[in-house]
Ligand binder design. Structure first.
Ligand code: ZN
Length: 456
């Protein structure tokens, strides 16, 4: 089926099952018109007006498009790198920084294309990226990423990351990878002006994202918060990922992580945090009262042995929680439906099976993530929401004998969507991205990855 024309109505009819993220019954399917969801139909219901196009979804489990809230696309070039395969965060970073410092615009374009293609094929329609490396020659990193997002037809929140606290000043990253505050802030403002879209159908959004307490000066944190408020954009950073980071904050600033966050003007509902693991009860209550969001990254947290985020307690306190695959050097996949499975299992281990249902985990990957990114128009199947959808078939061997189709997505380990729609346009058809030669992409990306690590 070709992409529907804007003035035509498309009925995605009678899906095998549907997860709407809001309790609505969509057994009869949904109607798409003008890039948004016009109707959600219960069992046996038909559209209120004739539809020019009908897609029989009898083989498909229908969900809102999955939303990724934390990633570092460029890291697809350093997946499963032996020197850090068994390292925890700080030594992992120390080994990788010099490799990443060699990143070129061509590398970033390839790394971003691979990450986004992988996400899209896993049912993801909106992705946030945290890019904080701007070595000589890569000053226009975010501009490169914008072009790739547009080419693939996804939505993205691209964050202008930054590092300003180098080794010489007590930080973790090498001096060659940090930038002056004036450069960081001027480029942040330029990018918001050039690319940030507002409104329910926004495709590209820009957020400001100093990297972490151990790689950014207090000044850049404070000035970024002021700039984000003036420009009305969101704030993102890594926080409370490891106990090493907590110790660093106490040593460097004399504060625990949340006290530091508050001291630089970041304890607001404009902010979402990558990881958010090591909080005490009082800190969770403060984050909830502020409405600060958390990107839960279960695979990365297990891979680096960082800890287990207290997701249910965060939610109970009022913290919006979404899911992130995190960078591909600590996952090392960019697969959102598999990430929901990882969240289900990690959180079950912590809170018990009854408290963490498949629907709850899918809710984090959809509505929860949309809230974290401040995108209320995304993440659920409801009239008026953007027509961002993922559709999975259960035809593979791994699903044979499965009964509950929605539970089967996570319990049997779905890893690839058959159809994905963004804003009413099909971006994945029959498990493939039209116009993208994956074989050729893998060949070029693999060669660039080898060159980046080996220098030739
Ligand atoms: Zn990260």
């Amino acid at each position: 089926m070709e992409n529907p024309l804007p003035h035509r109505r498309l009925w995605i009819k009678n899906p095998l099952a549907a997860f709407t993220a809001n309790g609505l019954d969509a057994a009869g399917g949904i109607v798409i018109a003008g890039g948004v969801i016009a109707e959600v139909l219960g069992a046996g219901q038909s559209p209120s007006a004739p539809c020019e196009d009908v897609f029989d979804a009898g083989r498909h489990v229908l969900t809102p498009g999955l939303i990724n809230t934390h990633h570092h696309f460029y890291q697809t070039l350093t997946r499963a790198w032996a020197p850090v395969a068994n390292a925890e965060l700080f030594p992992w970073l120390k080994n990788l920084y010099p490799v990443w410092a060699r990143l070129t615009p061509a590398d970033l374009e390839l790394g971003t294309t691979v990450a986004l293609a992988e996400l899209l094929l896993s049912g993801c329609t909106t992705a946030a990226d945290h890019h904080y490396l701007f070595p000589d020659g890569l000053e226009n990193a975010i501009d490169v990423q914008v072009a790739v997002v547009r080419k693939l037809g996804m939505r993205a929140t691209l964050t202008r990351g930054s590092m300003s606290l180098g080794e010489h000043d007590g930080g973790l990253p090498p001096q060659s990878t940090v930038q002056d505050p004036e450069v960081i802030l001027a480029d942040s403002e330029r990018l918001v002006g050039a690319y940030h879209e507002r409104g329910e159908d926004a495709v590209i959004q820009i957020a400001l994202a100093p990297c972490s307490p151990f790689s950014v000066t207090r000044e850049v944190m404070e000035e970024s918060a002021k700039l984000a408020e003036r420009l009305d954009v969101r704030l993102h950073t890594h926080l409370a990922e490891t106990l090493d980071e907590e110790a660093f904050c106490k040593e460097m600033f004399g504060l625990r992580t949340v006290d530091y966050l508050e001291s630089v003007g970041w304890l607001t509902n404009r902010t979402w945090l990558g990881h958010g693991i090591h909080f005490d009860d009082a800190e969770i209550a403060r984050l909830g009262a502020a409405g600060t969001g958390v990107a839960h990254c279960p695979t990365s947290n297990m891979r680096l042995a960082s800890g287990t985020a207290r997701v249910l307690e965060l939610e109970a306190a009022g913290v919006p929680v979404g899911l992130g695959v995190d960078g591909s050097a600590s996952n090392d996949a960019s697969n959102m439906i598999l990430e929901a499975r990882q969240a289900l299992y990690l959180q079950r281990l912590h809170y018990g099976a009854a408290a963490v249902t498949c629907e709850r985990a899918l809710g984090w990957a959809t509505r929860g993530s949309a809230t974290v990114l401040g995108r209320d128009s995304l993440g659920e199947l409801a009239p008026g929401r953007q027509a961002d959808l993922a559709m999975f078939t259960l035809d593979e061997l791994r699903f044979s004998g499965a009964h509950d189709p929605v539970a089967a997505l996570l319990l049997c380990g779905a890893d690839r969507a058959d159809r994905v729609m963004v804003g009413g346009q099909w971006r994945v058809i029959d498990g493939r991205i039209p116009g993208l030669d994956l074989e050729e992409l893998i060949a070029r990306h693999s060669a660039a990855a080898r060159k980046l690590v080996n220098g030739s």
